[in-house]
Design a protein around this ligand. Structure first.
Ligand code: FAD
Length: 909
């Protein structure tokens, strides 16, 4: 890391330019270099120590390096962000592309600004904050003048994308109805209106003249010896930070508007000053908060005597905007100023009531204003905020947030420099603030993902119809608007089959449903299934950037929508196939893995036959997952897509019993994919397992799903389960069994799980549904024995309480028995849903096939086994996992099969 020579080179090479740009005096530049070198040295020693300690031990680092905790934490954050602590911390999210380069040059200040197309929102903050004006903004893109850039990193530091507020707290139900601002702005200590008593100030200042009066009071009382006031300046696009050193100069900035502006230089100048007031917009305050730690070790923000926040005002060159509208949009709206900004788009209202919807980037270049990433209308990072929200002429609305703010304001009141008034319920201010509060809730709503309509729990526990109804077209329209369309989307890498998520969402947004469907299907032939059963919260949606702002895009629900749209409209989209290659491939097992591998190979022109033990395809989807989660007709319909790709199905064919792989070879198959799943139920080794009424989830669910037990008496195959059912396990299988039992007439269903709620592997949505349906959960509990009556029918089970110990090989904390905590649970049926193992029927028939100690097939990363022509994927390789991981593995294997066949048979032709 220690590449200080290159750092000095940068400064020295650019010295002339920097000085010419008038940004620093020679002396200032020298001090800056010294300070920066100092910081670099400290960071270097932190890394060395961490390497020595092999962990981040804050207290050791603090004492060994004699650093304050605050500085240390800042440095650690910084190092983490730039990838230096990747092995001990999280990987950085921003400016990924450059991190590697940074490593080659040293840590600080070699921050090379790269406009990250994936994340840039075009707000222009970096342009306004650059201390050496090295960044220009034109035609929607940033240009960085490398010659001028001093790599100070302020642009990076102030990027609003790094200001993403933490997930918004969900308002309580009653908050929706409550539009009174006081509850919505509860983080303020007081909100009132006020005005100055100083005649001179009223002549020049805006509204109540509060800011100028507060500063005057502070000068008078010797509370400050300067004020950094960030104002709009004389020209609209040239905002200025003004430093006021004397009380007499105060009126110079009174009455000006406030906007974001270059502050770094001023900030740097007054870094040692503890008695200044800063007046600025929310984003300035936020920026200061970050800048305080960067580039210097001086907690500037905390040292400011008082922070006064102002509503941000737009600063636009309207004549340019009008030109743009005329030329590019053939529109001349009467009032350009009546603009509204929402989700990265401007809405400009025409006289005739129509609205022009323009991307933010088009207009941003003509002005600057509080960016829409600001969470609030007032600066929540300040002590006092002032605005004119609905206040009567000559009055300002004042928000006091901190104790410091209360004391400061009280002084001005005590000195009779300001008078204040309560906001009455029937006043204009009250109404305006309530309206803002309402919008705040609406904003939350905007960031919220749509909730699918569902069958009411009391009704659905009596039927097997699907629980969720899916999204409506209107919901889809709104949801697609929320997608940030990241250029380098994390969601795609979060999806095991790499569906091009942003592209399909974009097509949905444009209402090009057919194209959207095509886009999804070219990566996933089972979208209606995956949209319903994938654990998106742990995959694509987990990494969606919007997690940081509110809630992630409902990717699964959108995928389901488009697949359902296809079925509703009786369409059948299927990707095109390559020309037939005349080579036969056998796929064994028609579960998600087999179906996916077959589809991929068929699209590649192979002649594929699926051999399936059962009478129908789908695997666990068909006989495991119940109808109310995944209707059977959906599986049938998705299998039809494969039939359209000319995949042949041989049902009732147990490979390993009826036919062997050698038989298939004799039939002309040149490669084999094994996707037979892990269907062997795991049972418990405890007394009472043989009692009547103790059964595995596999048996129970198969009898319900395949033998249509749930359609009794239409079907003559009921499952007799009694009234009280106990289910053992915490995964999808256990939950599906419990919810099926409820629908088959059980009066009480208890799930007994040996770990805690947090370790439960079931899909979050299913757990939520189970709770709604009244399933009782007994966590940290495990059966010890099952007890029966004289007829050997189970009647009770003895369970023991557990506690969690250290993590086991699965990474989850190991449950440990609490001796003496045993108790009895009455029960009529016990369903064991603790997992499944590898079914040996096929593997036994290929004695040389390499298996691991649990009987799962061993493959390389491409799914190839120790036989060059036999590949495998899905649960039979990994053990029970998920539908989409099985599909991902199958896709990989299909590519490997293609490569193998290509090299072995086709390249030679
Ligand atoms: P399987 O789906 O098991 O398919 C294997 C196929 O091979 C079967 O059709 C079988 O009949 C056939 N077969 C077996 N042996 C032979 C043979 N010798 N010859 C011919 N054919 C043979 N995952 C999720 O992502 N979301 C969920 O909500 C979810 N819920 C689940 C609920 C239950 C009750 C269960 C049991 C599992 C659930 N899973 C879920 C897990 C998921 O279903 C599996 O990980 C996935 O189905 C594995 O796919 P696969 O193709 O490897 O195997």
């Amino acid at each position: 890391m220690g590449n200080q020579r290159s750092l000095m080179d940068i400064f020295n090479n650019n010295k002339k330019i920097i000085l010419e740009a008038g940004k620093y005096t020679e002396d200032e530049l020298k001090k800056l270099i010294d300070a920066i070198a100092d910081v670099e040295r400290i960071r270097h020693s932190i890394i060395e120590k961490i390497e020595e300690h092999k962990c981040i031990d804050i207290s050791r680092l603090k004492s060994e390096l004699s650093l304050s905790e605050k500085n240390l934490v800042c440095d650690l954050e910084y190092l983490k962000e730039f990838g230096y602590l990747n092995n001990v911390g999280e990987t950085p999210r921003f400016f990924h592309t450059e991190i590697q380069n940074l490593k080659n040059f040293g840590i600080f200040p070699n921050v090379k600004l790269v406009r990250d197309n994936n994340l840039c929102c075009g707000c222009g903050s970096c342009v306004s904050l650059c201390p050496v004006s090295a960044i220009t903004y034109s035609k929607g893109t940033f240009e960085i003048d490398e010659e001028i850039c001093i790599r100070c990193g302020s642009c990076y530091t102030c990027c609003p994308r790094s200001f993403f507020p933490k997930a918004l707290a969900a308002p309580k139900d009653e908050d929706y109805k409550n539009t009174k601002f006081s509850e919505q702005f509860s983080y303020y200590r007081d909100i009132f209106t006020a005005q100055t008593t100083n005649f001179d100030i009223t002549q020049v200042a805006q509204d109540g003249g509060i800011v100028t009066t507060l500063l005057k009071m502070a000068f008078n009382q010797n509370l400050i010896d300067g004020a950094l006031v960030v104002t709009e300046g004389l020209e609209p696009l040239n905002p200025l930070p003004v430093f006021i050193e004397r009380e007499e100069d105060l009126l110079k900035t009174a009455g000006t508007k406030y906007t974001n502006s270059p502050i770094l230089k001023e900030f740097y100048k007054y870094r040692d000053c503890k008695k200044i007031a800063v007046v600025g917009t929310p984003c300035i305050m936020k920026a200061l908060k970050k800048l305080s730690f960067y580039p210097l070790h001086i907690p500037f923000y905390d040292n400011i005597a008082i922070k006064i926040g102002l509503l941000c005002s737009e600063s636009f060159d309207y004549s340019e905007i009008t030109k743009l509208l005329k030329n590019e949009f053939q529109s001349t709206p009467a009032d350009v100023k009546k603009m509204d900004i929402n989700k990265g788009r401007f809405f400009i209202y025409n006289n005739d009531g129509t609205v022009l919807d323009i991307p933010i980037k088009k207009i941003k270049k003509y002005g600057r204003f509080g960016c829409f990433f600001c969470e609030d209308l007032t600066a929540i990072h300040t002590d006092i905020s002032v605005g004119s929200i609905g206040s009567n002429a000559g009055w300002s609305t004042v928000f006091i947030r901190t104790e410091k703010g209360v004391e400061f304001f009280q002084k001005a009141l005590d000195l009779n420099m300001i008078v204040k008034k309560k906001i009455e319920e029937d006043s204009k201010s009250f109404n305006s603030l309530s309206r803002i509060a309402k919008n705040k809730i609406k904003r939350y709503e905007d960031l919220r993902r749509p909730e699918m309509k569902e069958q009411d729990p009391s009704a659905r526990i009596k039927n097997f119809a699907e629980v969720s109804f899916g999204l409506t077209e209107e919901m889809v329209e709104l949801e697609t608007l929320r997608c940030l369309q990241c250029g380098n989307p994390l969601c795609v890498s979060g999806c095991p089959v790499n569906i091009k998520i942003p592209q399909f969402i974009k097509l949905l947004k444009q209402k090009k449903y057919k194209n959207a469907l095509y886009k999804v299907k070219s990566d996933n032939l089972l979208p209606a299934i995956c949209g319903r059963v994938c654990p998106q919260e742990a995959q694509c949606e987990k990494v969606c950037l919007l997690n940081n702002l509110g809630e992630p895009i409902a990717i699964g629900a959108l995928e389901r929508f488009i697949a359902d749209w296809e079925r509703r409209n009786k369409l059948k989209e299927c990707p095109e196939c390559a020309a037939p290659k005349g080579i036969k491939v056998a796929v064994i097992g028609a579960g998600p893995a087999g179906l996916t591998c077959a589809g991929e190979l068929a699209m590649n022109g192979y002649d594929v036959t699926i051999f399936e033990a059962f009478h129908a395809g789908g695997g666990v989807l068909l006989y495991g997952i119940p109808q109310f989660r995944l209707p059977k007709e959906i599986i049938k319909s998705e299998i039809e897509t494969l039939e359209m790709l000319n995949v042949k199905f041989e049902y009732n064919s147990i490979i390993g019993k009826i036919l062997t792989i050698d038989d298939l070879k004799d039939m002309g198959f040149k490669a084999f994919f094994i996707g037979v799943g892990a269907g062997l139920p795991m049972l418990m080794k405890i007394p009472g397992m043989n009692l009547n009424g103790v059964l595995s989830s596999n048996e129970f669910l198969t009898r319900s799903n395949l033998m249509q037990a749930f359609r009794f008496p239409d079907y003559d195959t009921p499952v007799n389960i009694g009234k009280i059912i106990s289910v053992i396990g915490g995964g999808n299988t256990a939950l599906d069994s419990a919810r099926t039992a409820l629908r088959l007439g059980a009066e009480k269903v208890i799930i007994v799980y040996r770990r805690s709620e947090a370790e439960m592997p079931a899909r979050k949505e299913e757990y939520h549904h189970a709770l709604e349906e009244g399933i009782e959960f007994q966590f940290l509990t495990n059966p010890v024995r099952f007890i029966g009556n004289d007829n050997d029918n189970v009647t009770q089970m003895e369970v023991i309480k557990m506690k969690l110990g250290e993590p086991d090989e699965s990474g989850r904390r190991r449950p440990i028995r609490i001796e003496g905590s045993e108790y009895l649970i009455d029960t009529d049926t016990i369903i064991i849903g603790i997992g499944t193992g590898a079914n040996p029927i096929l593997t036994k028939s290929i004695p040389e096939l390499k298996l691991n100690k649990w009987g799962y097939i061993e493959t390389d990363e491409n799914g190839q086994t120790n036989f060059e022509d036999i590949f495998a994927g899905g649960d039979i390789v990994t053990g029970t996992a998920t539908v989409i991981t099985a599909m991902g593995a199958a896709k990989e294997a299909a590519h490997a099969i293609d490569k193998y066949l290509q090299e072995k048979y086709l390249d030679k032709k």
